[in-house]
Write a protein that binds this ligand. Sequence first.
Ligand code: CA
Length: 230
Amino acid sequence: MTARRILLVEDEPTIGAAVSDRLTAHGHEVVRAWDGPGAVAAFEEHEPDLVVLDVMLPGFDGHEVCRRIQAVRPVPVLMLTARDDEADVLVGLAVGADDYLTKPFRMRELVARVAALLRRVDRAAELAAAPEPVRTWGDLRLDVGARRVWIAQDEIHLTPTEFDLLVCLAAAPGDVLSRERLLAEVWGWAEASGTRTVDSHVKGLRAKIGADRIRTVHGVGYALDVEANR
Ligand code: CA
């Protein structure tokens, strides 16, 4: 695996040191920040490839940090939440986090999630280097290489995760993809608890491109609705 620069934002010394040691042991360069303002400053100074971000922070919280750094430059963000609170997770995903882990978590799990997010960055770079032709379904237009989406003449701004989800659904228009399959393809991991993550991001995607463009097949998954996109 290529060494990457990871910004770790965590105010709890024990957890911070443990995470930092583990990521360093996997060959990554770790830059640390301990509060909201420090995280934003470190992001701008060090230009990390990925951010591991605690939600509860002094100054302002991880959600605000995520909102601010995503406005500077899209970057994969793994949120660390103190409790398995659905509202907390939904806010995190809404401000641009790609994935989340609930404390306490196993270090092995953290390393796996980080690796999965970094693989997505590589895949996006590969697609951008060898652009595919622009694909269209009715008024929905998708430029996979440039990672841009339009509805008629209006460009739609998707988060990196929403974009990857749309690409995945668009690869097989009309086919129903299970939540587990989407989780494996977009997030790079497969665990039953992660299907809620898929639902949240599909909700975000629908809010931007129109709810009827993605069909829900209850108990199974989602499909790009070919009829609605005609
Ligand atoms: Ca904290």
